[in-house]
Design a binder for this molecule. Structure first.
Ligand code: PHE
Length: 488
């Protein structure tokens, strides 16, 4: 049997895990949610969810991968044959995410080129929707494929491929740059941001608590799904990455460091985003609350280009901003490719890993083409909603059920404590067996009821069916059939 690949050092593993966790989710998703759900008050559910859900789950995924020495499918299969479907479900959910995530990276690449001349001009909204996306009138009008975006998408996938083609050896080298570089750029933008006039108002808006929001279950659901997304949980990524660690490597401390650094960066990024919004509000006269509404995917492409162009030495900061986004995104994107390739390689060890990665990248690119059409933004929005709010949560639920109730929490905790410096108490058993499943079930039911009552973002039912329920159902059905017919 071939020797399993290994990270060249413990530090590189931590870099790779943090690189996967820290991504576009930290820059636009987190600050946007913070603004939407009451600024400072969002931080409370977010931190609670990080501790109750994020840390225990990350410890669990690291432990499973490292103990089993296999990717997500093989690891769950070792617990019980039919559980392999859970691993496949995770990788497929991650795959759907990465197919549109790379399209957002393609937009970043286009904006990176435009940054040198600030090509977006004064009307950044028109520029984004008309000149870059060529957005169609509605979800039913697919239009054509945008040549510029698809070209950028090819470049993005090429970069991803060359980051993973030599497996963890090349990943290890690339993350030495793609993990620290965006953080350095973020610090530069932070210093620039907080010294701008009006920055303080933005920061107050970001941090001002609104405790009434805590009574709203939606805030808690948003905090919960953000924790899944941001820690790359239920994607099969952390399992695959940990499987390249030696069986005796530390788990608990590594998981705690990864989660704290990741959330620290999110909170820090919030300062950059809101101080810049505060500046923009003070120069344009538009209230911050109005500007914050533009957040989400458009924040990076509408609000930021505008704010950046108002700053002296604008092209420098604009280039820094988009390089930051690209480098933030790339190590998240390739972590998923590595997770998928690991699963395939575990099954077909005679095929060259390089070839497997190539097939995964080509397939990922092909799936992303849909999102490069003139109606791509609508499809992206719907797919993202369904896969993050249902797909990841269902897979997470199945994971804790498999570990908590079938494998045995004590068995896994004993292993974790044998190899880790920081010892995990009985609280972890309670979290995995009871607290996390209960939270996830409540979240699932809550989101489902809301979606049934009001169609997501007012999209027509057929579109929600095709790009939401059908994709989600497809992922779950394939995983189920795979598990059902797996017979070795
Ligand atoms: N953790 C990533 C982020 O916050 C999410 C992600 C992981 C997306 C892997 C794609 C692939 O951006």
């Amino acid at each position: 049997m071939k020797q399993r690949e290994r990270w060249s050092s413990k530090l590189i593993f931590i870099f790779a895990a943090i690189g996967s966790a820290v991504g576009l989710g930290n820059i636009w998703r987190f600050p946007y949610l913070a603004a939407k759900y009451g600024g400072g008050a969002f931080l409370i559910p977010y931190v609670i969810m990080l501790l109750v859900l994020g840390v225990p789950l990350l410890i669990m995924e690291f432990a499973i991968g490292q103990k089993m020495q296999l990717g997500a499918v093989g690891s769950f299969k070792k617990i019980k044959r039919k559980l392999s479907g859970i691993g496949l479900g995770a990788v497929l959910c991650g795959f759907v995410v990465v197919s549109y995530y790379t399209v957002v990276m393609a937009w970043c690449l286009i904006y990176f080129i435009y940054s040198f001349t600030l090509k977006w001009g004064a009307s950044t909204k028109d520029f984004f929707f008309n000149d870059v996306l060529h957005i169609s009138k509605g979800v039913g009008d697919i239009g054509f494929i945008s040549v510029e975006i698809i070209f950028a998408l090819v470049v993005v996938w090429t970069l991803i491929y060359f980051s993973v083609w030599k497996g963890v050896k090349s990943v290890g080298k690339v993350v030495m740059v793609t993990m620290p570089l965006p953080i350095i750029l973020l610090i530069i933008l932070f210093i620039r941001g907080i010294t701008l006039p009006g920055a303080m108002e933005g920061i107050v808006f970001y941090l001002k608590p609104n405790f009434a929001a805590l009574l709203d279950i939606e805030v808690w659901s948003a905090a919960m799904s953000q924790i899944f997304f941001t820690l790359s949980l239920a994607f099969g990524i952390m399992i695959a990455y940990a499987s390249y660690q030696h069986e005796s490597s530390d788990i608990a401390k590594t998981a705690i460091i990864t989660s704290l650094v990741n959330s620290g960066i999110s909170i820090f990024a919030g300062f950059v985003v809101f101080s810049t919004l505060g500046y923009m509000a003070s120069t344009s006269g538009v209230p911050i609350a109005e500007l914050a509404k533009e957040s989400g995917p458009s924040l990076a492409f509408i609000v930021f280009p505008k704010a950046l162009s108002l700053i002296p030495f604008a092209p420098f900061f604009a280039v820094a901003f988009f390089v930051m986004l690209i480098t933030l995104g790339i190590d998240s994107a390739f972590s998923l490719v590595e997770a998928a390739s690991t699963v395939i390689y575990d099954k077909y060890p005679h095929v060259r890993k390089q070839d497997i990665s190539l097939y995964v990248c080509v397939f990922g690119f092909a799936c992303g083409i849909l999102f490069t059409t003139f109606a791509g933004l609508y499809y992206l929005d719907i797919t993202d909603h369904f896969i993050t709010n249902y797909g990841l949560v269902i897979v997470g639920l199945l994971e804790v059920w498999a570990v908590g109730w079938l494998y045995g929490v004590d068995k896994l905790r004993n292993y974790i404590n044998q190899v880790s410096d920081v010892k995990i108490g009985k609280w972890w058993n309670v979290a995995i067996k009871y607290i996390i499943p209960v939270c996830l079930v409540i979240l699932l039911i809550g989101t489902f009821l809301k979606d049934i009552r009001t169609p997501y973002e007012g999209y027509p039912q057929w579109a929600l069916f095709c790009f939401g329920w059908l994709i989600l159902g497809g992922v779950l059905l394939i995983s189920y059939l795979f598990a059902h017919f797996s017979n070795e």
